[in-house]
Write a protein that binds this ligand. Structure first.
Ligand code: DON
Length: 325
């Protein structure tokens, strides 16, 4: 018991009570039938709008889940903070930010724009994430095959998730690649402006980006990934140091300012905790030094964020003072 206390077991002392409140908010949000499931690829369109899961993992390893928490979904843009974190860890912030900025774009996630330096605005939007994938491909070593690079990243994601086996949805990958006119347009636009690191293989970089989006997780697994970020890069379940604290700080800063598409400013104002959304309906919420939360429900609002997920965050902050300020 004492050793658990030292390991911050009591980070939320009344965890059972807290979970009751979480469950209450869960049921309140379940009634929300707003939004539309993403329909740009059939595999996402087929997702039931009724799915709704909430999972929590605290930095001392306490867990709570309610709803559809064991159904795999593709991680989509929630992969962006993770690939960014890995790139920071391997290359350092200075190198990474020679290629990608730190400003919110103030536009949609797939908008055909670069910043005034002709760099992607930040790593949380498609352009920036594609470039991060290009960087990862070069740093992992030009001698490695695409398959080995994928394994390397998958292994990193799994370590962030406490050594859980994650999935890969090949149908989503193939569909993403098939319906990727805008992402290719972004890629070509960046290639025109010499944004890519030298020796990047364009097609491989694009494929690698689609593959990262097609990794499958459950709500439970993504909450553990969130808790590793909340815990400065050390996974609370395995106690492995997966990312450096300085990398995690950069990741959380940009999740805070750019993680919720063109709702990021309002979200940072109202909810005030670093969060990243994905088109499959996931929200990866990090409450630094406390816990990771995954919210998953496919119906999205007009900006692309999960309706139930956003409502949950707003209700959570009304009840508990997790807002950073
Ligand atoms: O690039 C795409 O269109 C998707 N595979 C990822 C989209 C997503 O989740 C929105 N991201 N910022």
């Amino acid at each position: 018991l004492i050793s658990r206390a030292f390991r911050r077991q009591f980070i939320i002392p009344e965890f059972q009570e807290f979970c009751k409140d979480i469950e209450e908010i869960y049921w309140k949000c379940k009634d929300n039938t707003d939004g539309k499931v993403a329909s740009y690829i059939p595999q996402l369109k087929r997702m039931s709008p009724n799915y709704w899961g909430v999972s929590i993992c605290t930095i001392d390893g306490q867990r709570f889940s309610v709803g559809d928490v064991a159904i795999p979904f593709t991680i989509q843009s929630c992969s962006k903070p993770l690939t960014y974190g890995i790139a920071l860890d391997l290359l350092g912030s200075d190198v990474v930010h020679q290629y990608v900025g730190q400003e919110p774009s103030g536009r949609n996630f797939n908008e055909l724009i670069l910043d005034h330096n002709k760099k992607p605005h930040n790593p949380m939007i498609n352009a920036g994430a594609i470039l991060i994938c290009a960087l990862l491909k070069t740093i992992v070593g030009p001698e490695m095959s695409l398959a080995e690079k994928f394994d390397f990243i998958m292994n990193f994601f799994e370590r962030l998730a406490g050594n859980e086996d994650l999935g890969f949805n090949n149908a989503v990958f193939l569909s993403e690649r098939e319906c990727a006119d805008r992402n290719y347009a972004l890629g070509f636009y960046m290639r025109e402006h010499k944004c890519f690191p030298v020796n990047s293989r364009f097609k491989e970089c694009m494929d690698f980006y689609f593959q990262c989006c097609s990794i499958e997780v459950t709500c439970d697994q993504l909450s553990v990934i969130g808790s590793t970020l909340a815990n400065g890069g050390i996974c609370p379940l395995t106690e492995e140091k997966v990312l450096k604290p300085e990398s995690v700080r950069d990741v959380l800063s940009l999740m805070h300012s750019c993680g919720m598409y063109d709702y990021s400013g309002q979200f940072a104002f109202k909810v005030g905790v670093p969060t990243k959304s994905g088109v499959s309906g996931a929200l990866l919420v990090v409450i630094p030094n406390v816990m990771g939360i995954c919210l998953w429900s496919p119906p999205l609002d007009s900006l692309g964020n999960s309706c139930r997920g956003v409502q949950f965050c707003e209700e959570l902050i009304k009840k508990f003072n997790f807002h950073r300020y």
